[in-house]
Design a protein around this ligand. Structure first.
Ligand SMILES: C[S@@+](CC[C@H](N)C(=O)[O-])C[C@H]1O[C@@H](n2cnc3c(N)ncnc32)[C@H](O)[C@@H]1O
Length: 321
């Protein structure tokens, strides 16, 4: 790409709705801000990429042709033009703050227009609470939640160490079922409650303050069929007996906040409580483990590493020992 002259470059084209997501992904290297809007009420979507550099027209042509072939459609005709910079720089800056994990699309306030088609959108202001979605431990949990949500509808879930509430919101958005979100930190509790309301999920996400499983609400709503806990290796080992006890038979827990080197200790601690490893997601230095407590778990486990999707890597035969 050649450097621009102070103005910005825009690439735009329309595609059928079913192909919009593939083109939005393929368009990402061609701009700083990618947007996607339904353009005509007839299912066609208008995609655009805004960037500071003049796009390489031949690379763009190849991308459009290969993506179109993959979607079984004719390549769209793209328009490349210079546009005034006003407004777009800020949009681009905000766009870079978005996070994609599985079907989840996490963004700050005021970005509804760029949500990719088919995505499960979460609008999030983390404030002082942990949980913007960008950390590998959070993304690992979102990917695991998305995978589980495609296979099973969990009726009663818990997000322990909810921070901004991102994982509770993700569960509620994907499964449309109640979730309890608990954090020891007062700020986190307030932030998570505000985020639940602003996402229209206040009726599904209940937020409570508490340390581990000691609170009355967390004990009253047990047992859970899904628990997600992104709170570092050492507390997770300490919490193993209480966490497995709070899981329903056949229930599943997603454990995150651990380095690859912490895995063995975690797995041993949970195995000692009668749970077993059924899946693992590795992002950067971090591992997210999915464990199950007895029951039939054969359809939900998988082993993943970022960049090498390996479906079918189920640990064991899908039954707890
Ligand atoms: C790494 S952050 C995770 C936030 C969010 N769930 C995410 O995945 O991005 C860990 C959160 O766990 C909370 N936490 C730590 N120990 C806890 C405990 N014993 N009981 C409840 N929450 C705890 C912290 O206050 C913090 O908000």
């Amino acid at each position: 790409m050649k450097a621009g002259d102070g103005k910005l470059w825009r690439i735009s084209f329309t595609v059928p709705e079913g192909a919009a997501r593939a083109f939005a992904d393929a368009l990402a290297p061609f701009g700083d801000s990618i947007s996607c809007f339904e353009s005509d009420g007839k299912g066609r979507h208008r995609l655009s990429a805004i960037g500071a550099c003049e796009p390489d027209a031949s690379a763009l042509g190849i991308m459009l042709a290969t993506t179109a072939a993959g979607q079984g459609i004719e390549p769209p005709k793209a328009r490349i033009e210079k546009v005034p910079a006003d407004g777009w720089l800020e949009a681009g800056r905000r766009r870079r703050r978005t996070v994609t994990a599985g079907r989840f699309f996490v963004h700050g306030a005021g970005l509804e227009g760029i949500v990719p088609p088919g995505a499960l959108a979460l609008e999030l202001e983390a404030g002082p609470a942990f949980g913007s979605g960008s950390h590998e431990t959070t993304r690992g949990c979102l990917i695991a939640i998305d995978r589980l949500a495609k296979r099973r509808r969990f009726l009663n879930s818990l997000d322990l160490g909810c921070g901004s509430g991102i994982l509770a919101l993700a569960i509620a958005r994907a499964m449309k079922r109640p979730v309890l979100a608990v954090d020891i930190d007062d700020w986190a509790v307030r932030t998570a409650a505000a985020n639940a309301r602003s996402n229209g999920l206040g009726a599904l996400v209940r937020v409570a303050q508490g340390d581990g499983f000691s609170g009355s609400e967390i004990r009253r709503r047990a047992p859970y069929d899904l628990i997600v806990a992104n709170i570092l290796a050492r507390p997770l080992v300490r919490l193993a007996p209480a966490l497995v006890r709070a899981l329903r038979m056949g229930g599943v827990a997603i454990l995150s906040g651990l380095l690859h080197s912490d895995q063995a200790a975690l797995i041993a601690a949970y195995r000692a409580q009668g749970a077993r490893l059924i899946g693992r997601d590795r992002l950067g230095d971090w591992s997210t483990l999915t464990i199950g407590r007895r029951g039939d778990l054969s359809r939900i486990g998988q082993d993943h590493a970022e960049g090498s999707h390996r479906p079918g890597g189920v640990f064991g035969r899908g039954r707890c020992v």
